[in-house]
Design a protein. Structure first.
Lengths: 349, 511
């Protein structure tokens, strides 16, 4: 490894990583947070003038930190940045493996990295289609599927199922009216209806009521954690619990770049600040209400949010433990929850 | 640890002298049998085989004399073996190794109280026949297969090749002076270092070949003192591997230095550094206000709790403990001395203790490849209670404790400790008044009549139990916790679910 003196606090002062990240995310509505983060990082490396391995890694670390600090819920994002960092470390430490000739020519390595980083992004985009094709085989003729949230992968899967076959199925879509991604959910509902799929929209509170008519549950995830549990939109955990108690299969669809090296023991072990349980002896809810609205606004705007911003019930997440999950459908196959840790270990060691 | 080591060593040093006293007197009576013992003597071949082939005539003579003595020592025991075989139908196959086990049984059996190796070889000659019958009767229950090798509490009968450091270590094992699978492994590696440091390759062999052979009797002796832990097995396998890989052309001094360095490195990487990583990871799981419940005593749990305390986290600890080792007492004391609020329960109160707890931290003896935890007996009970209360159960475990073995229950693989440990001296004293309730036919009664003069001692209680037909004391040391009860395993590779144990095991053994 090329030894180099450590770089200064901000190796690339002119590069606004958060801005680039938000632009990428806004430009392509199909992109997920981890992929956008990776794309932003690749762009930053291309922009920079790093000439050694140590510099590259230091730059990466710095940018990742800035990016994570700018977002209230960096779990999903950190999956992407960690993965990219890991990938870089393994390729940079073994330059000979790339067959690029003399390993001391860092420029070649850097170019290789940049092009490969793009491949990474491309692959991540394709993975959704792959998952959709895996997932459709789980849907049987006449099945009723319960889903929630505004997951794009779930949307892609259901659309694929609706388009590709003569199969008929029904969808029960759980949309919490206060949730921030209710809009994404409604879009998917409209899309499915346009494909002649009967969709019923129910609120959170009607899940148990509807469960008798449900054959399977499919949900998306923000992150898949090490023990095979998932971090997902608030309300997913209770759907999982109910599905388990009624013996309905509960499938998760998630790209493997959403696997996070994080181990949660329970709901309150999440590494982010969530203001959901707010005990109070007064009826005055204005204070929290205001913040909720503020969060909502800043989430959609491009302004940088301070780290200490908290998530309220409208955009919070919860943790669904692995024992409630029947299978995780990824682009590399359908995994049991216990296989997630194995996949992560493969990436990390 | 070291103080007690020297203590043990000095008390044990008397033994060899005594053994030598015994042997000449026995020699005459055994001399007839020693001819027929040709086949038996072959069983000691591993130790004999170690002896270098090319020696001066004088040395050769000395060596032969030593071998003869060893054979005789075995012969004493091998004498009654045939009758043993007849009476012990269940142990039939194991008795094929009869002469090997014979002397061990004889020497440890008549021992009334543990931890007194110097007494061990007093009544050798009469005991075996009677003991073997009792053995056969006891072996009825589920755990019968585990009784094949009674623990050894003395250095008597140890192979002459066993290094003094190993001899001392063995006694520390059998008396629980060194206890805990990691501590035992580290102590063993340190003893092996002493062995290697003082080792000289005999002429005509190579280091890699001869040293491996020399390890054989050491390991055998240690196993006789106490069955070895999974970690020890892993370390032994690793050590043999690097010894075999030693290039025969390297000069001996260099090869020895390399080996010593490798051992140091192993301890540093797999234990010291691993513990540090585990500690740091585990501390992040302790939140202010937590009540951490732990069972018995694990060094890594102790380190974690202390580190969390030093980091200023405000939490309290519940130590659940049980007979007969009471390992938790020391832990509770240490934590309390450090300023942590500690509550101490015996396992009988575990169901109450668990209600106040918020997390359960457990140490491990080993992690099985099916994700099950093999740990001090009682652990499974605690984890089951925790699981029923949906408390997170966290196992702290170095990857050196991972094994490719699987365990379905605690019966097939376990360690049986001497049953007399179950009753402390005080408890035996309390039982003495019950003496007149013993049945008339009880052998202890008959014996007592002969020696009426002697006041009944607490140790007699053990004889009642030994002689009793329907009472059998069982002390197993470990149990197996199902993987479903374990939420998380913290290793130096990070946190894992139990299902990832084989993956990490493969990873840690390949590199």
């Amino acid at each position: 490894m090329n030894a180099a003196p450590s770089t200064s606090e901000n190796p690339l002062p002119n590069f606004d990583i958060v801005g680039v990240y938000r632009r990428i995310l806004n430009d392509d509505s199909e992109l997920t947070m981890p992929v956008a983060a990776i794309e932003a990082l690749v762009e930053a490396i291309a922009e920079s003038s790093v000439s050694t391995v140590a510099e590259t890694l230091a730059l990466l670390e710095h940018l990742t930190k800035v990016l994570k600090n700018s977002i209230a819920n960096p779990i999903s994002l950190s999956a992407g940045t960690d993965l990219f960092q890991r990938y870089l470390i393994t390729t940079l430490n073994r330059p000979g493996a790339l067959n690029l000739g003399p390993s001391d020519d860092f420029k070649i390595i850097r170019n290789h990295l940049i092009s490969n980083g793009n491949i990474f992004v491309e692959r991540a985009k394709q993975s959704r289609e792959k998952i959709a094709s895996f997932g459709t085989s789980f849907i049987r003729e006449g099945a009723t599927i319960l889903t929630n949230g505004g997951s794009r992968v779930v949307g892609a899967l259901l659309r694929r199922a609706a388009e590709s076959s003569t199969m008929r199925f029904k969808v029960i879509y759980v949309i919490s009216p206060t949730s921030t991604d209710a809009e994404g959910g409604r879009k998917t509902v409209a899309d499915l209806r346009a494909h002649n799929v009967p969709v019923a929209v129910i609120p959170d509170s009607a899940v148990a009521f509807s469960l008798g008519k449900v054959d399977m549950v499919i949900v998306g995830a923000e992150g898949v954690v090490e023990n095979g549990g998932i971090i997902s939109r608030l309300g997913t955990y209770q759907i999982g619990l109910l599905a388990k108690s009624k013996g309905k299969p509960f499938y998760v669809v998630a790209e493997s770049h959403k696997f996070v090296r994080l181990y949660l023991l329970n709901q309150f072990d999440l590494p982010i600040d969530q203001r959901i349980l707010e005990f109070s002896i007064t009826d005055d809810e204005n204070a929290t209400e205001d913040e909720g609205v503020a969060d909502l606004n800043s989430g959609s705007s491009t302004s940088n949010k301070p780290k200490n911003s908290v998530l309220t019930a409208t955009n919070a997440v919860d943790f669904t433990p692995p024992d409630l999950i029947s299978g995780i459908i990824t682009e590399s196959g359908v995994l049991t929850p216990s296989a997630v840790s194995e996949e992560l270990i493969k990436i990390w060691f | 640890m070291s103080e007690s080591a020297t203590k043990e060593a000095t008390s044990a040093s008397e033994v060899p002298i005594k053994t030598q006293d015994v042997q000449p007197t026995q020699a005459a009576s055994d001399s007839k049998e020693s001819k027929q013992s040709g086949s038996d003597a072959k069983n000691t071949k591993p130790t004999e085989g170690d002896a270098p082939k090319k020696l001066s005539p004088a040395e050769l003579k000395k060596q032969k004399a030593a071998e003869k003595q060893a054979r005789r020592a075995q012969q004493k025991a091998a004498g009654p073996a045939p009758s043993q075989q007849a009476s012990q139908s269940k142990e039939g196959q194991k008795q094929q190794k009869g002469p090997k086990q014979g002397p061990k049984e004889d020497k440890s059996r008549p021992l009334p109280v543990r931890r007194r190796p110097s007494q061990s070889n007093a009544p050798i000659s009469q005991a075996p026949r009677k003991e073997s019958k009792i053995e056969a009767r006891q072996v009825g229950l589920f755990f019968g297969h585990l009784y094949s090798q009674p623990r050894k509490h003395s250095m008597a009968g140890a192979s002459k090749d066993v290094h003094p450091a190993i001899l001392a270590l063995g006694l520390q094992y059998s008396s629980y002076t060194i206890c805990g699978s990691t501590a035992r492994m580290v102590a063993m590696l340190l003893a092996f270092k002493a062995l290697i440091a003082s080792y000289q390759t005999p002429v005509g062999t190579s280091l890699s070949r001869h040293l491996i052979q020399l390890l054989g009797p050491q390991i055998e002796y240690l196993r006789d003192c106490r069955p070895y832990s999974i970690t020890m097995g892993n370390a032994i396998r690793w050590l043999k591997d690097i010894i075999v890989k030693t290039d025969p052309s390297t000069p001996e001094a260099d090869a020895k230095r390399d080996l010593l360095e490798e051992i140091d490195m192993f301890i540093r990487e797999r234990v010291t550094a691993a513990d540090k990583l585990i500690r740091e990871l585990a501390v992040t799981k302790i939140l202010p206000g937590d009540v951490i419940l732990t069972y018995a005593s694990s060094s890594i749990v102790e380190q974690t709790l202390l580190q969390a305390h030093h980091a200023g986290i405000n939490f309290s600890v519940i130590v659940v403990d049980s007979k007969p080792l009471f390992e938790g007492r020391t832990l509770a004391r240490k934590l309390a001395n450090a300023g942590i609020k500690v509550r101490y329960f015996l396992i009988t109160g575990a169901s109450h203790a668990i209600k106040d707890a918020s997390k359960v931290f457990l140490g491990a003896h080993a992690m099985m490849s099916n994700g099950r935890l093999y740990s001090r007996v009682g652990t499974a009970l605690v984890s089951m209670l925790a699981n029923a209360q949906s408390l997170p159960v966290i196992v702290l475990c170095e990857s050196v404790k991972f094994t490719e073995k699987v365990a379905l229950d605690s019966i097939v693989g376990n360690e049986v400790a001497p049953a007399e440990e179950l009753l402390s001296e005080a408890e035996r004293q309390n039982l003495l008044p019950l003496k007149n309730l013993l049945p008339k036919s009880h052998p202890a009664n008959a014996e007592e009549n002969n020696t009426e003069g002697a006041a009944s001692a607490p140790s007699d209680v053990l004889k009642w139990i030994d002689g009793s037909k329907n009472l059998h004391h069982l002390q197993v040391l470990y149990d197996v916790t199902p993987a479903e009860y374990i939420d998380m395993i913290i290793t130096e590779y990070g946190s894992l679910p139990p299902s990832s144990v084989p993956v990490v095991h493969r990873l840690s053994t390949n590199t």
